[in-house]
Design a protein around this ligand. Structure first.
Ligand code: RBF
Length: 347
């Protein structure tokens, strides 16, 4: 074997360590490209949306540290009916070795585009599709993140904290309904809270889009009138309206996916973390090495190290009494070690 071949094999092996248990049905591998041109396709806009911000940061970090890697970030804006058409014309340019996106609606869109462009490869996080030879997916176990944020919300709503009232009522403000939200994220939040107190109820409201902060503020206010004192939200840029209302009127927020404590100290009392930035860098390393297994669908969560809770931020420590933090720390330990029994609902 020539030295060069041996070297590239060694590099391929280095990058090909299995990261996760694979749910692959059929897999295909493509040879390593000499360079890598990546289209980061944003289904919406980047600002205010943690999954997209982390995706772009991860891709840009990778390009900055690897020769021959170029990244183009494209924001498809909010009209979902145009996403497939926009992606089709970008892919038609033939400029990109890889399309990278993060959205549960992308598998269907990419399948349609893939049919027209059989050589195009797609990698999608926050989504699940197995068995397609041009597509690889990574699904975060968001039931799990909602379960622990729900548990924290349950501790806060039943606490003696200044803005916690007597009604055991928590709230969820969502931008739109989609299977991952209605089957896993919202149920996980309530299941977690009910592990603190089975009498806790959940008030869920839908904004109707991912940008209307005024509508989110109005919904938050009416939910507070109905007794809600702790909120969660999956609403991109619109979440800012909820945070303002919670700050002005006195309520608490737990936050999915990113460290947001500094934007509302004392109001945002707990933040989960999706390690999307790290995942994206690992994915691009595999893409560069040519070791991505297309057709595979992987799931990543707390145990795999891709979901977390940010407990070491001073603003977290200041926001909550020690009794709440220590009950929550015990819960997190129990969850990590498998002592908490739960079943992730099917998507
Ligand atoms: N999440 C965001 O943070 N910002 C968005 O603009 C956004 N748009 C979405 C559009 C659709 C059609 C769907 C299905 C989900 C969207 N999400 C968005 C949700 C995101 O993919 C993810 O599920 C949540 O952020 C929870 O991690």
């Amino acid at each position: 074997m020539k030295f060069k071949t041996l070297l590239s094999l060694t590099i391929a092996l280095l990058f090909s360590r299995p990261l996760f248990a694979s749910g692959a049905r059929s897999v295909t591998q493509t040879p390593a490209p000499a360079s890598l041109s990546v289209l980061v396709y944003i289904t919406g806009v980047v600002a205010g949306s943690p999954p997209y911000e982390l995706l772009v940061q991860g891709a840009q970090d990778f390009a900055a540290t690897h020769d021959g890697v170029t990244i183009k970030v494209y924001e498809a804006q909010f009209n979902q009916a145009t996403w497939e058409e926009q992606l089709t014309s970008l892919v038609a340019s033939g400029e990109y070795n890889l399309v990278l996106g993060s959205n549960p609606s992308l598998p269907e869109i990419c399948e349609n585009v893939a049919q027209k462009f059989p050589k195009q490869k797609f990698i999608i996080t926050d989504a699940e599709l197995a068995g397609h030879p041009q597509i690889s997916t990574y699904l975060y176990n968001q039931y799990e993140q909602s379960l622990y944020l729900g548990y924290l919300a349950g501790l806060v709503t039943t606490s003696a904290m200044p803005h916690a009232n007597d009604s055991k009522r928590i709230g969820f403000i969502a931008a739109q309904e989609y299977p991952l939200l209605t089957r896993q994220i919202v149920p996980g939040f309530l299941d977690g809270a009910r592990m603190v107190d089975p009498d806790i109820t959940l008030d869920t409201r839908i904004i109707g889009n991912w940008y209307d902060a005024n509508k989110a503020a109005e919904l938050a206010s009416s939910m507070m009138d109905a007794g809600v004192d702790v909120f969660a939200s999956i609403a991109g840029g619109a979440t800012a309206g909820l945070i303002n209302t919670a700050r002005e009127r006195g309520a608490y927020v737990v936050f999915h996916n990113t460290n947001e404590y500094a934007s509302a100290p004392g109001v945002i009392v707990g933040c989960g973390l999706m390690r999307q930035r790290q995942l994206v860098e690992e994915i691009l390393a595999e893409a560069l090495a040519g070791t991505i297994q297309y057709g595979s669908a992987k799931t990543v969560g707390l145990k795999e190290g891709y979901l977390e809770f940010i407990a070491d931020d001073p603003l977290y420590i200041e926001a909550l009494p020690e009794s709440v933090r220590s009950s929550f720390a015990t819960f997190m330990e129990d969850l990590r070690s498998g002592r908490i029994a739960y079943t992730v609902p099917h998507l």
